[in-house]
Write a protein that binds this ligand. Sequence first.
Ligand SMILES: Nc1ncnc2c1ncn2[C@@H]1O[C@H](COP(=O)(O)OP(=O)(O)OP(=O)(O)O)[C@@H](O)[C@H]1O
Ligand code: SF4
Ligand SMILES: [Mg+2]
Length: 455
Amino acid sequence: MPSEKTTKTSTKRTATKTTASKTAAKKTATKKTAAKSTAKSTSAKAATTKKIATKKPAAKTSAKTTKVAATKTAAPKAAATKTAATTNASKTPATKKPAPKKSASRKTTKVTSAPAQPAADPVLKVEHLSKEFPVESGVFASRIAKKVSAVDDVSFEIAPGETLGLVGESGCGKSTTGRAIMRLTKPSGGRVLFQGEDIASMLGKRLKKMRHDMQFIFQDPYASLNPRMTIGEIVSEPLVIHNEMTNRQERIEYVRHLLDVVGLNPEHINRYPHEFSGGQRQRVGIARAFALHPRLIICDEPVSALDVSIQAQVLNLLARLQKEFGTAYLFIAHDLSVVQHISAKVAVMYLGTLVEQSDYLGLYAEPYHPYTQALLSAIPLPNPDLQKKRNRIILQGDPPSPADPPKGCRFHTRCPIATEQCKKERPPMEEVAKDHYCACWHAEPYPIKGSNIAL
Ligand SMILES: Nc1ncnc2c1ncn2[C@@H]1O[C@H](COP(=O)(O)OP(=O)(O)OP(=O)(O)O)[C@@H](O)[C@H]1O
Ligand code: SF4
Ligand SMILES: [Mg+2]
């Protein structure tokens, strides 16, 4: 954030220096952690292989899916106990504080790296990630006219077994963030640490190991499955690529078991994707993602193409599998109401930047950023009386183009409380309540300016 740094007051510069020295100390610690992680991951791989080989088919997944909220409180299995404890700890609601003053003297903590502080070493740490796409023009598209700033200075981290919901409207850079994390697209800046290792420096076996431990569930269940492969072949493909479970019969049994776990009929192992509904295809994608027992799955809007009733089933399934296997999720969605059912933490994105991040209770009960407040006010309430009383915040205008983002705060062209300062200076991500971070010069807890958001 070079431009941001130049706008800080001298007090903040002092704070930044202190943070810089802390960061240096952290780097040393990180090196040690990286060494530990390598040792751990080697033994984890052996354990995983053994686990897959000895796994017994689990009890049949109930098609009668229970409420999503109920899944959240279900007792975790023994193997996932530690993970579940970590997740629950991070669900502690943010301490309610009186509204901070609007001036720059607000006592906040400057965040120079990922703001959240999970108890365990993060499985994923994203630091100042940026991605620019060149836009070509000219008769034969030979000239790069300008750049699309799809992701700009995004930082967060995810603890093992935890879910971070990444929310924002269409085109704000969610998928690009996910793809850059998995190195499906090359980041323009910042770095991504997966299990303590920088993914940019990964080559050969290390890169393959990263692709083993980090999987992707795609947004479109129709386009993401190869129509020429049977679902048995699709689900077993990661095992073949990573040379695991080389015995064919054993592999078929395991795939049948996986299909059973995600609620599909194992007898359909030789059917093709076009013989399944959208929800069933998404279950195939989930079975494939879980085949290697990854540490992290990037779920890119996995339910947005599905009916509401099927959405609940798939969300329940993801929550149950997370408890069973201790997998962490980066759960991408454009709707805050979807992520609240599955996420311990939520990060809100606007035009390539993160504007607010908190544990989900803090964010939903007391949003600080005007954009988050507007998103929350758009969620319909089940109680019609409350719904009638509520003032919905309707943002004016369309989101600006990421090819020409506004200076200062990127949200200022649509913000109902923007000031001159907002047009000139980009607000830093600061702690506004316990473990609750917001990038706004005038951050105030909900409700904002007479709105009546009820949850
Ligand atoms: N390969 C590319 N070349 C040029 N621009 C791109 C490319 N991929 C994405 N973009 C642009 O980057 C921005 C962010 O795109 P991205 O797909 O990450 O958005 P998103 O938040 O996932 O949107 P949606 O919710 O619709 O999936 C958009 O403006 C998009 O047009
Ligand atoms: S910094 Fe200013 S423009 Fe940006 S969200 Fe806050 S009040 Fe609105
Ligand atoms: Mg997308």
